[in-house]
Design a protein around this ligand. Sequence first.
Ligand code: FAD
Length: 365
Amino acid sequence: MVKAEETEFDVAVIGGGIIGVTAAFYLARRGKKVVLLERCQLARGTTCNSFAWINASSKAADADYHRLNARGLAEHKKLASEFGEIALGITSCGELSVAPVADQSRLAALRKQWLLLQDLEYPAVWVEGKDLPDLEPSINFDREYEGLLNSCELSLDAPRFVGFIADQVSSLGGDIVEESTAQSLQLGEGGEVLGVETSAGPVAARNVLLAAGPDSAEELARLTGFDGFATRFPVRRSPGLLLTTPDLSPRRLLRRVVYWAENPDLHVLSHFSGGLRMGAEDTDGMVAENDDAATRRAENNCCDAPASGLPAFRKNLASMIAISVSASGRCPRTGAASPTLCLVQRASMSSPRTAASPWPRSSAA
Ligand SMILES: Cc1cc2nc3c(=O)[nH]c(=O)nc-3n(C[C@H](O)[C@H](O)[C@H](O)COP(=O)(O)OP(=O)(O)OC[C@H]3O[C@@H](n4cnc5c(N)ncnc54)[C@H](O)[C@@H]3O)c2cc1C
């Protein structure tokens, strides 16, 4: 039952992922009376399956979008200086992109990205091959690589962040209601919003903020009764595939988020669960919702990526993953004796941006 059935809220926020909870926090901080409605539990949607690299470097090709992301990065840092990185699940790890010198086009693309970032006054630094092993000692750079270092970037334990920020909402007087699905908007005679009908009862609110992640377009259609929103609202579902190894603790194999600008493209970080989390852009493109065969092919591709394509990865990290799998046996989350694959959905703008794979490297994200 919604605790504050009799209360009239300034804002009802629908969706308890990172967007909804953070929006509720900033509203509550500005003195608004907020209620947050989550149909399951907080941070169980896209937010808990994210690669969660907080960056602006990958958006260098679009200056406005880069600046927006740089502001987001700065806001995370502001929160970290207020509440502490540990409480928020923020790691100031930085990011390192590497490209093989032999691959002139990828090296040129990385250099171009560096030049763009310099124009944008972003603190990116070019790294010579001889300095790479000091930055990431676990990687065997057995070919000649050069790199781009973005020391200011972060990675996030997003569920932890959401839990902490939700506690702040509560301590600011906001209501967080889990297991409560928003079903329809209550409208006045003039069409003005009066509140939300939920599975746990009605909630009176003059404003409603929809933060339903990849379901936002369908939810907007359902809430308003206007089916057109399901296709016209410019948010679309965009599947992605991430692979998370079992816990490799106490070794933190990677110090930074590492992005291989190589074939296959691979991005990897030391995940807060203790394992490595990795993704590859081409596997995102292969995944198809409700198509198990396509997803299986993407899984195989993602599993093969470290072993087949990247000598540096193969020689050290992939063998460590294999050792860990056989030594520790079980994945802490699923109990499976193999790397965990999670098929996840994210929302991305369908218009005017239409790139297929928005994270983490596309300038169109
Ligand atoms: C593979 C992958 C990699 C990514 N990598 C990065 C990255 O490196 N960096 C980055 O910044 N971003 C990344 N993202 C994107 C980022 O994770 C998402 O943008 C973010 O998590 C979206 O959060 P959200 O709150 O909008 O959605 P969600 O976390 O999906 O939350 C939406 C919530 O709304 C709830 N809900 C829906 N309908 C209702 C309803 N009717 N009533 C009540 N509740 C409802 C759902 O249950 C859900 O909990 C990645 C995403 C994916 C999938």
